[in-house]
Design a protein around this ligand. Sequence first.
Ligand code: AMP
Length: 292
Amino acid sequence: MELLHTRADLARLASLRSGGRLVLVPTMGALHAGHLSLVERAAARGPVVVSIFVNPTQFAPGEDFARYPRDLERDLELLRPLGPAAVFAPQVSEMYPGPDGTAVEPGPRAAVLCGARRPGHFRGVATVVVKLLNLVGPAVAVFGRKDAQQCLVLDEVVRDLALPVRLVDAPTLREPDGLAMSSRNRYLEGDDRRRAACLSRALQAARRELEAGERAVAALEDLLALHLADADVVEYAEVRRVPDLDRPERAEGRLLLAIAARVGPARLIDNLVLEVGPREVRAAALLEGGQP
Ligand code: AMP
């Protein structure tokens, strides 16, 4: 496992890149089993590069950039047994050589849900991911469905900028009580940790209601809200169409049930992607190459 820090170090990937099978897994580190599952899935497709970079431009002023957990040594220990070809862990100056440099402005999918509440967030995500794709040169990049809107925004960026890479989304790993694994779960203690499970419970309740035949989006969103009483602040709990993220009135076709809520000191997100037919409801992927 090569440890790469600079743009110049990435030249060491040249022979792997020319094989045309390189797979990139971008992360912000503080790795957990969810990240590791992405690396395992990536490894089934080709040699893997994991990037570890806490990207400052996707944090708004007042968000948790400064206190975001960082532990490169532990991350490397967790990755080593999975055998990735390389870990790319650059400094901020390596990714952002000039102040206020060029940025990528994502399209309409970035305007709703988290995009409406975290100004500039997806601009920062799109900018850093385009840089990582250009620097590493993978054939495939794997992203977690946990960050569903991020997958759809980046899918649009790749399409619109004609980037030569295929994006794949992978399922969300959860704790035994349903809480989606996240580096930010470290902020949760005691009662906050217990209450955090309400996000996944709300999603499962909405799924059961869909399976029972409910198709009115307003009723499903009311149900989500009802199950989120344990959260301190619900930022949104909505049903959206995949891939455009428009708001349907009826629940049909491929849908994203998406929640963002604050519990104690943590801002948590969770979601469920479902294919809703006239009689059948099943788990689905967001992107063409994804596995449900
Ligand atoms: P992050 O380090 O939070 O930026 O996440 C890096 C990648 O891991 C993103 O593609 C996330 O969507 C993905 N990810 C985060 N949490 C999970 C999880 N619980 N299960 C699967 N993938 C995840």
